[in-house]
Ligand binder design. Sequence first.
Ligand code: GDP
Ligand code: MG
Length: 201
Amino acid sequence: MAHPRTEQTLVIVKPDGIQRALIGEIMKRYERIGLKLVGLKMLVPTEEMIERHYLLDPDWKKNVGEKAIASYIQKGEIPPSNDPIAVANSVVERLKEYMTSGPVIAMVWEGAHAVELVRKITGGTEPRSAGIGTIRGDFVLDSYSMSDSDNRAIRNLIHASGSVAEAQMEIPHWFTASEIVRYRVPHEATLYDQDIRSILS
Ligand code: GDP
Ligand code: MG
């Protein structure tokens, strides 16, 4: 089995993250925990790339549609439809408009528990309720109530893979194998080597 240090995850700085001049701030947070940047590109995605990205997981529509319907009901509002797939389709349409509105930066970060740690640092999907100290909690204020009433995607600065399986589907969607760079950084010895006696040698 591969060592945990080889786990990889996909992060996308969304168009609002670039417009807000938060590229360095966002990258710093993943870098400082000890993760290693192994892939990086800037591009303006096409609608097709975004649609395919969100449909890589066949259950995504159902999950997001059910989550969205539950959140309407919790707020005491009537969902636009009771069919999770129909609700998810309108979420995808809004995401296409949002994600193709300007340049994004796609990145692959590598290290132990990369998927889980990047999600922890990034924070919950809705910035309004995302924890203090997370990127979405600290740098932006959007809410489902505001984005839904304005008929647009929620502006939450970042996409981050939600599970190891999702990362394994998403990374090849954005990067070819040759765009992922294998290299070492010296601090990996301190993070991962079993034997640290060499410090005093
Ligand atoms: P993420 O992994 O934290 O980005 O969240 P998801 O994968 O669950 O959702 C992806 C995107 O779909 C989010 O960034 C939102 O733009 C949108 N989305 C997810 N859940 C909801 C919801 O309950 N309501 C609305 N309006 N949009 C949602
Ligand atoms: Mg997700």
